[in-house]
Design a protein around this ligand. Structure first.
Ligand code: NI
Ligand code: MN
Length: 227
């Protein structure tokens, strides 16, 4: 699997010949001005919850690419009513796709569209196939439910976790989350985009993970990690 960090919580994963775009928020992110949303052309757009900093570019990218939208039932229905195709999931449910198995898991957060439309309950995703297993936590607090993931899914090779604090867990809790899901490799997200989630002392944070035998990746926006 190849993973490209597109800023904030937006991640592109390429696996089994398909490309999956998680939580597209690019055109509103001044740090991601090097990314052209028209060049992404994903096969699927996966949405963890309905907040603007996770859905801003969904419609324009889905229109351009014809990408199918996968999210909770309420978010899927919101886009389906506008003519977009896709697949609804809900918490605890998994389904088979042409890219592998996808499970929608619990997150502790909130979920409402920018215009006030109900966005269901927020979640995260676990994606696996014979190329590996990745956990995309979405916006969440640290939660004991994360301990269920190793019991229900294959070994997590990469955990994509929010580390910016204020609206989600901070990096100290993300380190515990990595232990809960039993992953040694972490891609940090949801930091620096706005003032309240600025991550200071990045090298110290990376060192803290290293002391616990874990690797925290903080790639530049647009950079790819292969694993
Ligand atoms: Ni949020
Ligand atoms: Mn957010």
């Amino acid at each position: 699997m190849k993973t490209t960090y597109l800023g904030h919580s937006c991640i592109l994963i390429e696996t089994k010949g398909k490309s999956l775009l998680f939580d597209p928020f690019i055109s509103g992110n001044p740090f991601a001005s090097n990314i052209d949303i028209n060049e992404l052309s994903p096969d699927y757009i996966l949405i963890s919850h309905a907040h603007q900093d996770h859905v801003l570019d969904v419609e324009s990218i889905a229109k351009e690419s014809g990408a199918k939208i996968i999210s909770n039932y309420e978010i899927f229905s919101h886009y389906n009513a506008k003519g977009f195709e896709g697949h609804p999931l809900n918490h605890g449910g998994k389904a088979e796709f042409d890219f592998g198995t996808l499970k929608y898991v619990n997150a502790v957060h909130s979920s409402v569209f920018p215009d006030g439309t109900y966005g269901g309950n927020p979640g995260g995703f676990v994606l696996w196939n014979d190329e590996g297993c990745v956990y995309f936590a979405g916006d969440t607090a640290l939660t004991m439910d994360m301990k269920l993931i190793p019991m229900l899914c294959p070994k997590v090779d990469l955990a994509i976790l929010p580390i910016g604090d204020n609206f989600t867990m901070g990096y100290e809790e993300a380190l515990l989350a990595a232990e809960f899901v039993n992953s040694d490799s972490i891609l940090g997200c949801h930091f620096d985009t706005f003032g309240p989630i600025e991550l200071k002392n990045k090298q110290e944070v990376i060192n803290l993970f290293e002391q616990k035998g874990k690797t925290l990746h903080l790639p530049a926006i647009g950079n790819k990690i292969e694993w």
